[in-house]
Design a binder for this molecule. Structure first.
Ligand SMILES: O=P(O)(O)OC[C@H]1O[C@H](O[C@H]2O[C@H](CO)[C@@H](O)[C@H](O)[C@H]2O)[C@H](O)[C@@H](O)[C@@H]1O
Length: 315
């Protein structure tokens, strides 16, 4: 089944889709900013951001994927004017340590670990939603639908560490409810051995799935939950669940972000924006080339909001 077209974009796209070019199919969100915002006046934009490759550049060492201070200040400004959440494949704590902002919401483990202000009435299973406090002592509701898998995830993590220890360059990252097996530094000739090993270990854990991201195998519980569900959950808990004047905006660069793009397409309105400078298969409708363009776009969003607020005051 094809994805629904978004009304605001259809006009722009219907002219462009026939041209076989990345930027024509996925116009730059910087160059089409005014057109994008033309439907947003008086409506509520909710901003969702991925972390790696979106707010920070992809770097060799995952522990060093710092965002620039300029980006941090920009995201802080965005969050002053729009409800803002970061949905990352990393553990929630780790992504908070990189971002260090207290005015944004965080979802880690590809959306399997969400800290939200309120419970969601639509995802009311009490075993998944528990009250807790975040690291600043604020009361939050934690939504952790994969909690029961924690002991198994620990077992898988240990098995991966043990059985890949002879392959040079492998790095296994524990992301709380998922695991990343990085192969960026694995020699080409060892890649197949690693892939077979990962598949053989995971063959013992049928309730988990493996997908591939940027030089990484992503291992997570095979359940009906992903970044798209997380986006809808957050919209719900922020009070926009049934609102038809909300425009979710999601910026991301990797395969798991596609679920969030599709969630926006399925809602029928909003802005799915992929970060990529090269052509790829995506459900996003707009593109930005790299984190530096993401920062410029976010700044434009803040300016646009400030201008619309000041023009309201002029009346
Ligand atoms: O959902 P995200 O926030 O984009 O997280 C996805 C994975 O990102 C990280 O790995 C990627 O970025 C690293 C740092 O730039 C890079 O070295 C690695 O090759 C990329 O795959 C993170 O380390 C993973 O745990 C995340 O799942």
């Amino acid at each position: 089944m094809g994805l629904p077209q978004l009304s605001a974009i259809e006009n722009g796209n219907s002219v462009m889709v026939s041209c076989d070019s990345w930027l024509l199919k996925h116009p730059s969100a910087l160059n089409t900013f005014e057109q994008m915002m033309s439907i947003a006046k008086g409506r509520k934009i909710v901003v969702f951001l991925d972390y790696d490759g979106t707010l920070s550049n992809i770097v060799d060492n995952p522990e060093k994927a710092f965002m620039t201070n300029k980006m941090r200040m920009t995201v802080r400004e965005v969050a002053r004017y729009f409800p803002t959440a970061i949905i990352s494949g990393r553990s929630r704590d780790k992504v908070y340590d990189f971002v260090e902002l207290d005015n944004v919401y965080y979802a880690g483990s590809h959306g399997l670990d969400i800290a939200a202000p309120l419970e969601s009435p639509n995802y009311a299973d009490p075993k998944h939603q528990t009250r807790g406090v975040d690291r600043n002592g604020n009361e939050v509701v934690l939504f952790q639908p994969a909690k029961k898998y924690s002991p198994t995830i620990q077992k898988i993590f240990s098995a991966l560490l043990e059985r890949t220890r002879n392959i040079q360059g492998v790095m296994i990252e524990h992301n709380k409810f998922c695991i990343s097996v990085h192969f960026r530094h694995v020699h080409d000739e060892d890649f197949c051995t690693l892939e077979k090993l990962v598949n053989s270990i995971m063959g013992e854990y049928r309730e988990f799935c493996v997908s591939e991201g940027k030089m990484v195998f992503e291992i997570r519980p095979d359940m009906k939950w992903d970044k798209g569900y997380a986006l809808n959950y957050l919209l719900d808990t922020l009070g926009f669940g049934n609102s038809n004047d909300v425009l979710p905006l999601y910026i991301g660069d990797d395969r798991t972000d596609e679920d969030a793009f599709k969630a926006i397409r399925n809602r029928g309105e909003g802005y799915p924006i992929v970060v990529s400078s090269t052509s790829k298969d995506t459900a996003a409708l707009y593109s930005l080339r790299n984190p530096s363009e993401v920062q410029k776009f976010l700044l434009s969003l803040v300016r646009w909001r400030k201008n619309s607020l000041s023009s309201k005051l002029d009346f």
